[in-house]
Design a protein around this ligand. Sequence first.
Ligand SMILES: [Zn+2]
Length: 341
Amino acid sequence: MQNCVSSRHVSIDVDTIDSTPLHSFLERNRGSMWALAWRCVTAAEPNYERLAHIPNSGLGPACALCSAERGSTWHLMWQCPGTQHFRDKHRLELQDLENQVPANASSAFLQNAWAPAPVPPRSLDWTFDTVEVWIQGLLAEFRTRPPSRSQGRIFIATDGSAQNPAAPDIRVAAFSVAWPSGNEDCTWSQPLGRIETTVNAAEVVAVLVAASAAERAGIADAHFLTDHHAVVSGLAGATVSVGKSSLWRSLRAVLRRQSFEVSWVPAHGRSGHLKVPDFWRCLNKLADEAATTCSLEASAASSSWSTALTRRRSLVAKILHFKMDVFDDLYQKFLTFFGGH
Ligand SMILES: [Zn+2]
């Protein structure tokens, strides 16, 4: 670890860098600008001080755009009058930014958009102890509001839902179970916490919790409905994600012990042409709504954290686009020495 704020050449003073916005910036700049984008992200952009090291370049370390003695990255980005139009274009001014950026890493952030990796809010551990707590919770529900029979069987729907599904570190998932009890429709749902946040994990754990609770409640012939193809195909022997192999093992074991069935039901009333009993669709809709509400609530509970993270990441993208503009000319100059142009 090195911290060299005085020269602002090297500002590696964060233990772990939030690499997600850096990767997406590089991804957006695939193509002719990629090499410059890479240099900007890795603190290897050509500034006057660096170009002066090239033998026989005839270049000195002073800024060629103004009279400053040192054409450093910091100078070019935040001080040079010759790059003011880029700061105006991107609406970036040092004095506005300094209180918005992480104090322990401000020069690394302002030069390279390196911010400390996010530390998610504390939440439950993803362990079998947690799964056991869920099973006990649902078992208590089944005892209070026993699932009732429809057409000779007990049908129980399960579902999983995630908010921000495409953003792994702010994604929040929940699962739910829905069943009829007398004249009442019952649902029960739980957030998954922050270790496993995929819809897939939520869907698998939903069936495991529902089947285990049904087994302990002495329900001999439950029929589970899921709208997640992977659950049905996984149970039929298709390859499943290795990370959740112990979940799958437990699920297969409980299904083997009991004469339970698991069927797929189309989500959100889709596939209307398929012959699926209406009450299957209704039960799935109930489970879907409960899982969605639960994941929305869990997401709202961590919203200040994820909002701050999202805001900071858009600032990262902004600083990097600005940096690309600032160093474009110098990069072209650099290529004339090394790129054979
Ligand atoms: Zn200058």
